[in-house]
Design a protein around this ligand. Structure first.
Ligand SMILES: [Zn+2]
Length: 257
């Protein structure tokens, strides 16, 4: 059993990195990127407002996808087969409102999400605790690492990088009792050295803040996402997510969380 646990990431990696058919090497499954789902607190700064989608807006966005016939999949499922009308929801940073605001809305549509948690923030005020994370997993949600402390990985020494990348994975695996397959680079910052360590740590893939909706299997450590900013009008959301081009994605790089 223990051997299987050790081998599993490698077996799955082999599976993920070898498409069964050429057509399965590229998927147009939007990976949506959210942070806070809540009404922004009075006096919230611009960055916080950008990172905060209100529950009403979030509901309307999910409703639009639901009515368009979309269903959610997990990151694990991304390259498993050719998908039609599927999308992935990622929620970065592990805020408490993921449980109190996003979860009930998503559950009402039968949708699931992937959360990327920062180990050193777990259980702090305003953040998910281990029980919350286990509950969301029990509802079919996927959990990934957002490192130990959300530092810019490209600014760290190799040993610090390893700690952020590997130790966060190890702790999540120990607490949750199963392998962790995905990581979200803090503030979207990475380089080739970081990718190398992420591979060595046994992750199957990583999400970035690079804007886009089409991901190729060979770029599974540079997965593109569609950032949904606070205040995005519904018509713009539909254009960005449901329609077939990337022309509206150019604003996606500014926030750094
Ligand atoms: Zn973050």
């Amino acid at each position: 059993m223990e051997l299987l646990f050790c081998l599993l990431p490698h077996l799955l990696l082999a599976l993920v990195s070898k498409p069964l058919l050429p057509s399965q090497g590229e998927e147009k499954v939007p990976i949506l990127m959210y942070h806070h789902i809540r009404v922004p607190p009075a006096g919230a700064k611009r960055l916080e407002r950008i990172l905060t989608v209100t529950p009403d807006d979030f509901y309307n966005q999910m409703d639009a996808l639901y009515k368009a016939g979309f269903k959610t999949i997990s990151l694990r499922e991304l390259f498993e087969k050719r998908w039609e009308k599927r999308f992935i929801i990622t929620l970065d940073d592990g805020y408490k409102d993921v449980l109190t605001e996003a979860y009930p809305i998503l559950a009402s549509f039968g949708f699931k999400a992937t959360i990327f948690v920062i180990i050193n923030e777990i259980g702090k005020p305003g953040h998910l605790n281990w029980w919350d994370i286990k509950f969301l997993e029990s509802q079919g949600w996927e959990v990934g690492s957002h490192t130990m402390s959300h530092l810019n990985l490209t600014h760290l020494s190799p040993s610090q990088q390893w700690k952020e990348i590997y130790e966060s994975k190890r702790i999540l695996e120990e607490k949750l009792g199963h392998p962790i397959y995905f990581i979200s680079y803090p503030a979207g910052r990475f380089n080739e050295q970081v990718i190398q360590l992420v591979k060595e740590a046994g992750y199957l893939g990583a999400v970035t803040t690079i804007p886009g909706k089409i991901n190729r299997i060979e770029d599974n450590y540079k997965l593109k996402r569609v950032r949904i900013n606070g205040g995005t009008p519904l018509s713009y959301f539909k254009e960005k997510v449901l329609e077939g081009n990337n022309k509206t994605l150019k604003i996606s790089h500014s926030p750094s969380r």
